[in-house]
Write a protein that binds this ligand. Structure first.
Ligand SMILES: *Cc1c(COP(=O)(O)O)cnc(C)c1O
Length: 365
């Protein structure tokens, strides 16, 4: 600990983001970025916004984008709030709904930012073990009546497993006194049907439901930092109180223009989403054929393990071959890798390299 540090800063546990190497060109399958570019309309809107008006502050309450999103989600402006990436919205929500004496509940293996925010904000938590095949155990969240609140991603990360909407409703109904946050960073990749897997449409029905979404993954805008929440007006008001105690302008003019254009071009985004789902459905049987265990995925990544190779070693062998994937050094999932679904070409190279690694392994034994 440095002598200038507060004991507070020495005690927190910062989140470690996936590598973004600058030294060499990798096939990046480690941070769940979209392999396809943003819609041309989005790039045009961002370019146009990068003009003289940048001398002016953006809308502090992001009304235009909220109106667009409200229309898209079938809600009202008062049900939507904007943040600088959804990680920031999670921070607002932890402060608004979870900073109290009772612990919050989240899955044992999940987005590790939740633990970082608990450490930062002094929130106690209980990690609930996952059930069979890495499914979130719905019963645990219903019977234990978590007094502080509940949060999990749906689909969960890094496991990729999706919880059906009816199970989320059971959790919401069993816990009417606390907020349940569903982090829907990957929900757009759930399936190709017309029916959305998002719970955003249910926020008026469930006053204890907050849904958090992002433009980073399904809308190819990780570099732009736009996230949003959908919830009852009473929850949105609490988020606004936190945000306005912290930063008046969370989204800049360029990001707002880009995000508005992205919402408007739903045809383009449906197209790239379906391509990614198609690639995922093509590669999962290939992985299984190579002896991998692969969880059911409703996301733009897969969660895999192989009985012949330890997770860390596999990560290293792929890295040597120019492919980055994500390995979590946590007991219980240390022999798994999380692999982002890239383009078909990238996945073919990955599969070639895996063949090579497995062959070499066999030869060496
Ligand atoms: C990527 C991700 C986010 C945050 O993304 P932002 O880029 O901050 O919008 C939130 N939750 C989960 C589970 C994620 O994987």
């Amino acid at each position: 600990m440095n002598k200038y540090w507060s004991s507070f800063v020495a005690g927190i546990k910062p989140y470690t983001p996936g590598e973004q190497p600058a030294d060499r060109k990798f096939i990046k399958l480690n941070t769940n970025e979209n392999p396809y570019p943003p819609s041309p309309a989005v790039i045009k809107a961002a370019r146009e916004a990068a003009g003289e008006d940048l001398r002016l502050y953006p809308q502090p309450e992001c009304e235009d984008l909220r109106d667009r999103l409200a229309q898209y989600e079938g809600l009202k402006r008062s049900n939507i709030y904007i943040s600088n990436g959804s990680d920031e919205m999670l921070a607002f929500a932890f402060l608004a709904f979870f900073k109290k004496n009772e612990p919050i509940y989240f899955p044992e293996f999940t987005y590790s930012f939740y633990e970082s925010y608990c450490a930062l904000f002094g929130i106690r938590y209980v990690k609930v073990p996952l059930g069979e095949d890495f499914c979130i155990d719905v019963g645990e969240y219903c019977s234990q009546a978590p007094r502080g609140g509940i949060i999990f991603p749906n689909p969960n990360a890094p496991t990729a497993v999706m919880m059906p909407g009816k199970d989320i409703c059971r959790i919401l109904e069993a816990n009417p006194e606390t907020v349940t946050i569903i982090d829907e960073a990957y929900v757009d990749f759930a399936g190709t049907g017309q029916e959305s897997a998002s719970m955003a449409g249910k926020v008026e029905e469930y006053p204890n439901l907050l849904v958090i979404k992002t433009f980073s993954k399904s809308h190819s805008l990780a570099g732009m930092r736009i996230g949003y929440a959908a919830g009852g007006g009473h929850l949105i008001e609490a988020l606004a109180r936190i945000k306005n105690s912290f930063n008046s302008y969370v989204a800049d003019r360029v990001s707002l223009a880009a995000a508005e254009a992205a919402v408007a071009d739903s045809v383009y985004y449906r197209g790239i989403r379906e391509r990614i789902i198609k690639t995922r459905e093509r590669v999962i049987p290939v992985f299984r054929g190579l002896g991998f265990k692969v969880t059911e995925s409703g996301a733009n990544f897969i969660f895999v393990s192989h009985k012949d190779i330890r997770g860390r070693e596999f990560y290293d062998l792929l890295r040597e071959r120019g492919i980055l994937v994500r390995h979590f050094d946590k007991p219980g999932i240390e022999d798994h890798l999380r692999i982002t679904i890239g383009s078909d070409g990238e996945m073919d190279i990955l599969i070639d390299k895996i063949h090579e690694i497995l062959e070499k392994k066999k030869g060496g034994m």
